[in-house]
Design a protein around this ligand. Structure first.
Ligand code: APR
Length: 278
């Protein structure tokens, strides 16, 4: 019993200490690294959670292996599984979470240096995070292009094709079209590559809702300077978080932790007001 209470009391001190640091003038530039765990509360499954993760629920698409749904080689041969999934994930049906609104709140307090996200759901934009502070490292559904001649494909046409489960083809060269989501085997957007340096400028790195299994995104966590606290907010421990003296590991649902942090910061009412706007 004493063990758990000491663990509990240790955790209970971490969030007030984190809030104190965020309020201090040592903390001016906060960098975020987001994964699918941030959007599960919005109703979008993550990828690798054992029962609920997307990769555990794609049997109906009879793929050779789950990740094939996002592999460019497989897509060229058979675009149907991707477009079946695209219909379920397409933006417009989901509301941002409290965690997304907290990121907007950081920007409003002039503390958001950059928000790197692996998510393709555009919920950061929908939550009102400033566009110049968002790096969608794995692209998003926000635009589409022919995979051969690279001509842009109209967004409204894409929305209609996805809704009625047609496979869109390029009006110019008849080849397959796909949303600009970064598939396995494709390069990450130049905006990501050009912004990597922002991580080393961070006074605080918040890593939220990711298994840190996909590179090069995951390697951003190693770019924070040794003196920069790296805070993991996740259901379980991942990556090398906890190995550095200044690491902080907060295990639990991100929305619960973010609410506790907002209360410690005295920002709870602002957070709820922002979230009510989404
Ligand atoms: N609160 C906190 N953590 C959560 C929550 C939640 N509500 N829900 C899930 N998690 C955690 C899971 O425990 C897991 O550690 O979020 C993590 C999600 O990990 P993944 O499912 O692997 O998602 P992600 O890390 O974003 O995947 C990276 O893999 O398939 C590719 O390109 C795809 O961007 C994706 C990349």
């Amino acid at each position: 019993a004493s063990g758990s209470s000491s663990a509990e009391s240790a955790k209970s001190k971490k969030i007030p200490q984190l809030a104190e640091y965020i309020k201090s003038d040592k903390c001016k530039r906060i960098v975020l690294m987001l994964g699918a765990g941030v959007s599960t509360a919005a109703g979008i499954p993550d990828f690798r959670s054992p029962k609920t993760g997307l990769y555990a629920n794609l049997q109906r698409l009879n793929l050779p292996h789950p990740e094939a749904v996002f592999e460019i080689g497989f897509f060229r041969r058979n675009p149907v599984p991707f477009y079946t999934l695209a219909r379920e994930l397409y933006p417009g049906k989901f509301r941002p979470t409290l965690t997304h609104s907290f990121i907007r709140l950081l920007a409003q307090h002039d503390l958001l240096h950059m928000c790197f996200t692996q998510n393709i759901d555009t919920l950061e934009r929908q939550a009102g995070v400033p566009d110049d502070k968002i790096i969608e490292a794995h692209g998003s559904f926000a635009s589409s292009r022919c995979i051969e001649c690279l001509r842009p494909y109209d967004n409204d046409d894409m929305k209609i094709m996805v809704e009625c489960q047609d496979i869109p083809h390029c009006h110019h060269c008849e080849n397959l079209v796909k949303p600009e989501i970064v598939f396995f085997g494709e390069a990450l957007p130049p905006k990501f590559v050009n912004s990597i340096g922002k991580v080393s400028e961070a006074d605080l790195l918040l890593i939220i809702g990711t298994s840190l299994t996909v590179h090069p995104f995951a390697s951003l966590a190693w770019r924070a300077s040794d003196s920069t606290p790296r805070v993991l907010i996740n259901m379980d421990s991942v990556g090398d978080l906890g190995h550095r003296r200044s690491d902080v590991v907060l295990l639990g649902k991100c929305d619960d932790i973010v609410v506790e942090l907002a209360k410690e910061l005295g920002w709870y009412d602002e957070l709820v007001a922002l979230w009510d706007e989404t």
